[in-house]
Design a protein around this ligand. Sequence first.
Ligand SMILES: NC(=O)c1ccc[n+]([C@@H]2O[C@H](COP(=O)([O-])OP(=O)(O)OC[C@H]3O[C@@H](n4cnc5c(N)ncnc54)[C@H](O)[C@@H]3O)[C@@H](O)[C@H]2O)c1
Length: 300
Amino acid sequence: MLNIDLSGRRALVAGVADDGGFGFAIAKALAEAGASVCVGTWPPALNIFLNLLERGKMDESRRLSDGSLLEFEKIYPLDAVFDTYEDIPTELRENKRYRDVGDCSINGLASAIVADFGERPLDIVVHSLANGPEVKKPLLDTSRAGYLAALSASAYSLVSMVARLGPLMRPGGAFSSLTYMASERVIPGYGGGMSSAKAALESDTRLLAFEAGRRFGVRVNTVSAGPYASRAASAIGIIGRMVEYVGKNAPLTDHLLAEEVGTATAFLCSPLASGITGTTVYVDKGFHAMGMAVEEAGER
Ligand SMILES: NC(=O)c1ccc[n+]([C@@H]2O[C@H](COP(=O)([O-])OP(=O)(O)OC[C@H]3O[C@@H](n4cnc5c(N)ncnc54)[C@H](O)[C@@H]3O)[C@@H](O)[C@H]2O)c1
């Protein structure tokens, strides 16, 4: 039988702070395949996440097929807009959400992983995070600061993670990230420079695949997921309508499950996908292939 077997491998999933998004589903799929899974969590969301875990509020969703609960080998604080500790403004370092977490920069994460597990302890890194403070604003009304913040949190963060975590990867390692079709087609309402950030992320995926392939021997891919009502997506404000529209117009009409993104990502990060790098893989029920709304075409 052809199985996804990740036993003996270690994954880091950056961007998990509850059980409602793609990061959690990916972590669970990787664990189902036998990987040990560490996560990176944004400091403002860290305490709530730890509380939810401690109080057993996520036990249902943590249940694996063998009956055990998904355990995170380590939960690292991570603010992916900072590359080094020096980049974190003093004011923020003293903020109550940050002052006890130490160096939550990408560099700090890399150092902590080496301190915990040694020089080359990683096989899989998943970037499942994004932030666009002005996402509800049309691009025309987006400030320079808002646009650059979206690019910084949602696109450059991948470049920085590949640069800093690439050297920690064992041979055959794989990076994966999450993107959205607003990078290449107009999705009214997905503003604030987030569409630009996803376009950058997809372009960077190709160049990073080349550079990191040559430099570290790792693969870099991105999954273009269909709309899904996670916490982050709910902040866009129109996610319900986006999900409904895709349900009506995609080749497959059942709504996308986070598990489907989880299993596709586990495949992409597994040895079964050893020949795949630099690609954008659509996990969107086929919606990207459509050129006309079903109702407009008179189809059912
Ligand atoms: N939900 C969708 O409809 C959809 C569709 C396509 C792609 N995506 C992408 O999937 C990825 C995961 O998002 P999701 O929808 O599962 O929501 P989510 O809320 O589960 O994940 C987003 C995570 O990013 C974290 N984050 C925000 N800023 C951060 C920072 N500076 N440093 C570290 N972490 C930070 C948040 O704490 C959160 O845990 C994102 O890249 C998103 O753009 C989502």
